[in-house]
Design a binder for this molecule. Sequence first.
Ligand SMILES: *Cc1c(COP(=O)(O)O)cnc(C)c1O
Length: 366
Amino acid sequence: MIKFLDLQKINLEYQQEIEAKLIEVFRSGWYLMGKELSDFEVNLSHYIGAKHAIGVANGLDALRLILRGYIELGIMSPGDEIIVPSNTYIASILAISDNGLIPVLVEPEINTYNIDISKIQEKITSKTKGILLVHLQGRIVFSEQLKELAHQHHLKIIEDNAQAIGAEWNGIKSGNLGDAAGFSFYPGKNLGALGDAGAVTTNDDDLAKTIRALANYGSNQKYVNIYKGLNSRLDEIQAAVLDIKLKYIDRENEIRRTIAQRFIHEITHPDIILPEYPENEKEHVWHVFVIRSSRRDELQAYLTENGIQTLIHYPIPPHKQEAYKEWENLSFPISEKIHQEVLSLPISSVMSKEDISIIIKVINKF
Ligand SMILES: *Cc1c(COP(=O)(O)O)cnc(C)c1O
């Protein structure tokens, strides 16, 4: 069987280095807020090119903490609106509503699956305070016009960079395109920990300081609490593993690009719509390889029968989730179509050439 994602194989690539480090951390007797975390934060901030990187417990917390930080700084208030794509993983939207802010959904472009930048302006009101961009599937969504629009309306640009670490736009890494970015290091992400982990990057000193405090019970100084904070820490073991894997992320993303290119060139079935390979290939790190078909469910069953595991990212659009029943009468036809037709094929840095060939051959015979 060809697995959708072989996490064991991905991590065993670095077995010696990781196991040696795990023993070192275990024996050190220091498990939180130590050298492993500060080393990883420095290396991540250098990699992204941002002034600050703050390790937190997971990707959802990273986004929640950015918005909460802006609230504590008086830049946003509960009831303000944040623009967010209607086609995203629910966490992007949960981070907004969790802070009492109002998510304002914008349809995607069908060929990139990312927010349609040309549809943002019409959603801006006097209450709009930010745009939460999601570089979905590992593909950057950004433009000079977007930057200009945000600037004109005094909007913060927040990146949900959970799926796109390593992607680059005009020489700038995702996570350094806007005012602040949230990262997830969930095990299945391109840079994955051995459990939950996340980070925030920003060039904003005040925001960084506020987020550090918020993630630590609202405290910058032991037993002195300036905010009603939370506990969202990245532990030493996860930080140490991530610091090792960060060194190899560019190489791994390059392998993903090669696989994506093969799929795009060699899958020729007429009922399958392939993703667009961006003109500048650095803009995409292929977190997932998503195809589309009006015969999606039939195709998935066929691939399963032929030993190829696939997933659907995602089966239900956020506005159709019970959690957001207040939106059940809203209509986002492009998002709805995407959710009905998409299928994610296996793609990872450890897939063999043979497995890739099998996937292509089986699909073309569908
Ligand atoms: C994974 C993911 C998140 C959430 O990250 P967690 O670490 O699982 O909390 C947020 N947004 C997007 C787009 C994601 O893919």
